[in-house]
Design a protein around this ligand. Structure first.
Ligand code: KIV
Ligand code: ZN
Length: 389
């Protein structure tokens, strides 16, 4: 298959890595609703579950495979034949099926998780890919804990699994350990040292334990990765995964010559849907989709924003599906912001004694912290009603 070298594929794992978080569990119908929205959003791959893990997960992959026809449906397995058999079965209705199989790659995992050796792990990795390849063409291999793996061994493993038939190679920073420079160099090392690397797409899968998941994913992309594994709202194990909305908007905002198929105008809606269904509130200051992400509250910023929005706005809120930026009225707001809201409420600013109303506004804002439209109407009804247009 010929790939556009400038396209960054978006692999969404909200329904697998995200859904395994305690309290986030969904039933099959809810998964179908989210999967249809992900398909509409334009993700390239939906990781639908880990079929061997439970009958519910198996059934969800079956049902999603029946209804999603424009997006690849992926099922996770360990490097175990039994897992792969069940995953193949769960994907039988998928138009574009993918098996995501893999094994640990760091010495820590090899010794303390598998009680094994590099040689035996390499053999298991190759066998799993060869086995899965008999049933499904599109095979993604994950080298778990690659963030802490020795680069030379990792390169050996990646070369061997590509020879065995892997079409995508996932380099997970499973524990969110790396710093961007380290992770970026790891991807570059693989680009430069794996002989057959051009026969596969390099995928980044970063966890957020040090708050670096998005930065690491971008470092990977800048060094040659062309698939990002991520979740809506960054939900996932512990501190979560790379947030889909963040990488999508970074790639849209910066002129890197790269693009995704994400329809960013749907980001706010899908974020709210996932948050409600998975009982995972979004922090107000979360980038892109937090309640305050486009809210200007300090007087200096509000004034600058009202003079020219790009003074304080790097993303047009409409690009993520919001109507407009928010100018929040607080005791730190200036006259400019107050006038802006009064005009919005149809008051004729030229007929208002703004100094007087601003003084009374500050007293109220000190008391209430946040001033609503009702508060403004109340302030204006005290002697200024005739200025209402
Ligand atoms: O974090 C991780 O390593 C994973 C793999 C199973 C891909 O989620
Ligand atoms: Zn993960």
């Amino acid at each position: 298959m010929i790939h556009d070298p400038n396209k960054v594929y978006i692999f969404d794992t909200t329904l697998r890595d995200g859904e395994q978080v305690p309290g986030c569990q969904l039933d099959t119908n809810q998964k179908i609703v989210i999967a249809k929205s992900l398909e509409q959003l334009g993700v390239d791959v939906i990781e639908a579950g880990f079929p061997i893990s439970s009958p519910g997960d198996f059934q969800s992959v079956v049902e999603l495979s029946k209804v999603i026809k424009n997006t690849t449906i992926c099922a996770l397995t360990r490097a175990i034949k039994g897992d792969i058999d069940v995953a193949v079965d769960s994907l039988k209705h998928a138009k574009y099926p993918r098996i995501h199989t893999g094994i640990g790659s760091s010495d820590m995992h090899i010794k303390y998780k598998f009680n094994s050796t590099r040689e035996k792990i390499l053999e298991r990795a190759v066998d799993a890919v060869k086995y899965a390849k008999q049933f499904v063409e599109d095979i993604e291999f994950y080298a778990e804990d690659a963030g802490r793996a020795d680069n030379e061994f990792l390169a050996q493993m990646i070369e061997a699994v590509i020879t065995a038939g892997a079409t995508v190679v996932n380099i997970p920073d499973t524990n969110g350990y790396c710093m961007p420079e380290q992770y970026g160099s790891k991807i570059l090392y693989l680009k430069e040292n794996v002989k057959n690397i051009d026969q596969a797409i390099i995928s980044v899968h970063c966890h957020n334990d040090l708050g670096l998941a998005t930065a690491n994913s971008m470092a990977g992309v800048l060094n040659g990765a062309r698939q990002i594994e991520c979740t809506i709202n960054g939900i996932g194990e512990r501190a979560g995964n790379t947030a889909l909305e963040e990488v999508a908007m970074i790639l849209k905002t910066h002129s890197l010559g790269l693009h995704t198929a994400i329809n960013s105008k749907q980001l706010t809606e899908i974020s709210g849907m996932v948050s409600r269904m998975m009982h995972m509130p979004v922090q107000p200051n979360k980038a892109i989709i937090g309640k305050n992400a486009f809210a200007h509250s300090s007087g200096i910023h509000q004034d600058g924003f009202l003079k020219h929005r790009e003074n304080y706005e790097i993303i047009n809120p409409e690009d993520v599906g919001l109507n407009s930026a928010d100018i929040i009225l607080t005791a730190r707001s200036g006259r400019h912001a107050l006038k802006h809201h009064l005009e919005r409420l149809d008051y004729d600013i030229d007929k208002i004694n703004i100094d007087d109303i601003y003084e009374r506004f500050l007293v109220l804002a000190d008391e209430k912290k946040d001033i609503s439209d009702d508060d403004l109407l109340f302030l204006m009804s005290n002697g200024e009603t005739e200025s209402y247009k």
